[in-house]
Design a protein around this ligand. Structure first.
Ligand SMILES: Nc1ncnc2c1ncn2[C@@H]1O[C@H](COP(=O)(O)OP(=O)(O)O)[C@@H](O)[C@H]1O
Ligand SMILES: [Mg+2]
Length: 277
């Protein structure tokens, strides 16, 4: 493979905005948010990419129905991110694994090396947004991707309403502060469930943990997503939530969040912070 030392710089010039999707905790819906936010940005006309830096638990390929896809080379010898649909591209370690059950048994330096390769050895097209799906916590993967990017547009934090999830989010927020990454806002996932029979809204995890967090860290709530079967199903099948259930509350909330983010993310090109107005 021909590699030019300045390929990362060329890639970063082609990518206008980079959005980290983070949480302190696992299983709160980071990958669900990353995939649907990327789909929503793409559906609203933005050139979008998604990069999966969850090396041990890559979900993006499955959630986009791209399992079994391999990586191809561009005519100039770089790796090509996999095309999801027009103006939407994805990169993940899953495209290099033999099958979906194959574990990645790598220590930190190898994980960091692979994340750097996703900038150095890949040829990304011109993108308005690169959404980055992070693993839980604040480890090697997060530090590597932030350092590789140099300047991150901002982070979208995902939490569920429980105190335990909110506690871990605090660690993520303090980590981002130390790494000088702006927070675009927080998404409350699994905020409620609406009974399909009687329409009653039930706040299954309600604890007030989020209100405390928002007050302490002065963040915007970008949106509150319900627990919805269409969300879980689209994650399992890889079908687009926006094609399968466009009138679902979750699909509408994701479109709304994408609009808030694209109308003003903090950090670059003089854009204003996203807010709830
Ligand atoms: N709002 C939601 N409604 C229904 N299922 C959801 C919702 N958010 C996430 N899930 C499901 O919960 C599981 C964990 O979500 P995932 O996005 O993989 O979390 P994480 O990336 O934080 O580990 C997945 O099976 C996903 O489909
Ligand atoms: Mg995940």
């Amino acid at each position: 493979m021909e590699l030019s030392a300045d390929n990362r710089e060329k890639n970063l010039k082609r990518i206008k905005n980079t959005v980290l999707v983070m949480s302190g905790k696992g299983g709160v819906g980071k990958s669900t948010v990353a995939v649907n936010l990327a789909r929503a940005l793409n559906a609203s006309g933005k050139k979008t990419g998604i990069m999966d830096v969850d090396i041990h638990g890559p979900s993006v390929a499955k959630m986009l129905n791209l399992e079994g896809e391999g990586l191809s080379q561009t005519p100039t010898g770089y790796l090509a991110p996999v095309k999801v649909c027009d103006n939407f591209y994805a990169a993940s370690i899953a495209f290099l694994l033999e099958n979906e059950s194959a574990p990645v048994i790598w220590r930190g330096p190898m994980k960091s090396n692979f994340i750097n390769q996703m900038f150095d050895s890949f040829a990304w097209p011109e993108l308005d947004y690169l959404v980055i799906d992070c693993p839980p916590g604040t480890g090697d993967e997060h530090m590597t991707v932030i350092q590789a990017l140099g300047k991150v547009t901002g982070a979208v934090i995902v939490t569920t309403p429980q105190h335990l999830a909110c506690l871990d989010v605090k660690k993520a927020l303090n980590f981002l502060k130390q790494m000088s990454v702006d927070v675009i806002g927080i998404i409350e996932n699994m905020a409620y469930f609406k009974c399909p029979d009687c329409g009653k809204k039930v706040e299954i995890f309600k604890t007030g943990g989020l209100a405390e967090l928002v007050e302490e860290f002065k963040m915007s709530i970008l949106g509150s997503l319900p627990i919805e079967s269409a969300v879980g199903e689209s994650g399992d099948t890889g079908e687009s939530l926006f094609e399968k259930a466009p009138s679902s509350a979750a699909a509408k909330t994701f479109m709304d969040i994408a609009g808030k983010i694209s109308s003003g993310v903090p950090g670059v090109r003089g854009a204003k912070p996203a807010n709830n107005a």
